[in-house]
Design a protein. Structure first.
Length: 480
């Protein structure tokens, strides 16, 4: 089935089983060229087999400061077709807040990305790192560890009277995870998959801030990574580098009183003035307004009496009256917000019990729930690191993606910068029409799935291994 057919299948109740043509419009002065789809097209009549699901508990010795040295189990879901030998191993890496299963494996109609890849013959693993989803969440069970700093970050108001009766000081006033602990956990999962399936390399798929984990990991361990597929990647050219600069990935920190550490400035790192600390020193960075121990993400925005947004909800990018990421008719399906929120709550058994009931619900109603998001001290995903990516890489983002704009590193602009920074020629960039940062939950998820299957199977899309492209709403591919 062609990308064009996939992009429009939601408009028509019946899908053509015929491989359609995908029009490539070249630059001015060049003629139009038709491309036959090269990837295998699964029709509705084909025997795909049943999808087997295994929830693995992957043993790991934690390097997260909150539980450093403890033995924990990372929860990793595997999906593969029972009528096929497990194919290429694919590991999907979540971002900062949305649990992996809710993001990559939404069990509703065609939206399950991991399921779709498994149906196509891939051996798919979906991992929750610590602080997210079904993996351990140290220090996140205490509601007092929710931000209660400056006015705009007083999130404890969401938890009064459920489960708090009054504001309270944090029991753990430090940031939770950092780049080193994330890379360590990713490496544990990769090594587990390699041993389980007797493979040498694993293909990495990431979404949003998952690029801060997958990208630097691929630079440090190219021998373990088959390829990168980066959806809506965060890439900040002014990000804090690791030490020693420019090629190191050690924590860019310096000692502080009381056995703590503080982050070095970028200038200290680039000038060689960031001393770092010995490996046995815990990376206890004090929480602050911008990076508390954890933050709460409600379903919808919380506004004050003047109508100002004081806590941004998960559905904000879809519902906000200004700069909404919904710019096309039928960009999202009716009812999808309920489906997404229920899936998020299914992966946060405690968070689903916190906070007020839904707006307008009768008194005494069940809480609507909140998504608990861990704080993160990132470093290392810099232009210097990206310039050392040696594995094949594909970058894809929605044209209406606004993620990172307020922070000064917008996905829409910086995806192209990331592409330009990657030094080799086996790389692709796709900008998708009528899609935002939540593309896996939008109609254009079918395009996302299609491109990922081609890339993971062939290392190419429509035969291309290099170039920047725009995919319009009709499914046409335009070189940029």
């Amino acid at each position: 089935m062609s990308l064009k057919a996939l992009a429009h299948s939601w408009r028509s109740p019946e899908l053509s089983c015929r491989a359609a043509l995908w029009a490539l419009l070249a630059l001015a002065g060049m003629c139009v060229k038709d491309l036959q789809l090269r990837g295998h097209a699964l029709t509705q009549d084909e025997d795909r087999g049943n999808i087997l699901t295994i929830d693995h508990q992957v043993p790991h010795k934690s390097t997260m400061p909150a539980n450093a040295g403890e033995s924990v189990n990372l929860i990793v879901r595997e999906r593969f077709a029972d009528n096929k030998s497990p194919g290429k191993a694919v590991l999907m890496v979540h971002g900062r807040s949305v649990p992996a299963l809710a993001g990559f494996d939404l069990q509703y109609k065609h939206y399950g990305w991991a399921m779709d890849l498994a149906m196509a013959g891939f051996d798919v693993f979906v991992a929750d790192l610590q602080g997210s989803g079904r993996s351990p969440r140290p220090k996140m069970d205490d509601p007092c560890n929710v931000s209660n700093f400056a006015l705009d970050f007083q999130q404890q108001r969401l938890l009064i009277p459920n489960p708090l009766s009054a504001p309270c000081p944090p029991s753990y006033p430090f940031r939770l995870v950092n780049s080193k602990s994330e890379w360590d956990e990713l490496d544990t999962v990769v090594e587990y998959i390699k041993a389980l399936r007797q493979v040498e390399r694993v293909a990495l798929v990431s979404w949003s801030r998952g690029s801060l984990v997958a990208g630097p990991y691929a630079v440090q361990h190219p021998e373990k990574v088959d390829s990168l597929f980066l959806l809506g990647p965060i890439f900040n050219p002014n990000a804090l580098p690791g030490i020693p600069y420019p090629n190191g990935f050690e924590p860019p920190v310096k000692p502080a009183p009381g056995g703590k550490v503080v982050a070095c400035t970028p200038t200290e790192v680039t000038s060689g003035a960031c001393p770092g600390v010995s490996p046995d020193v815990s990376l206890l960075l004090s929480a602050n307004a911008a990076n508390p121990t954890m933050t709460l993400v409600p379903r919808n925005d919380v506004v004050d009496a003047q109508g100002n947004t004081i806590i941004v909800g998960l559905m904000d990018r879809w519902n906000r009256p200004i700069n909404s990421e919904i710019q096309c008719e039928d960009q999202i399906e009716d009812g999808i917000q309920d489906v997404v929120w229920n899936a998020v709550m299914d992966n946060d058994e405690l968070g689903r019990t916190w906070g007020p009931p839904p707006p307008g619900a009768p008194e005494g109603s069940t809480a609507e729930g909140v998504m608990r998001a861990r704080s993160f001290f990132p470093w290392g995903w810099t232009p210097a690191a990206a310039s050392r990516v040696s594995v094949p890489a594909l970058i894809i983002f929605g044209e209406f993606d606004t993620e990172g704009t307020k922070e000064g590193f917008p996905v829409a602009a910086n995806s192209s910068l990331l592409y330009d920074t990657i030094p080799h020629d086996h790389k692709l960039l796709f900008k998708v029409a009528c899609a935002g940062h939540h593309m896996p939950w939008e109609r254009q998820s079918k395009v996302l799935h299609h491109i990922s299957k081609q890339w993971l199977k062939h290392g190419a899309v429509e035969g291309f291994t290099n170039g920047k492209f725009f995919i319009d709403r009709e499914g046409n591919l335009f070189p940029q």
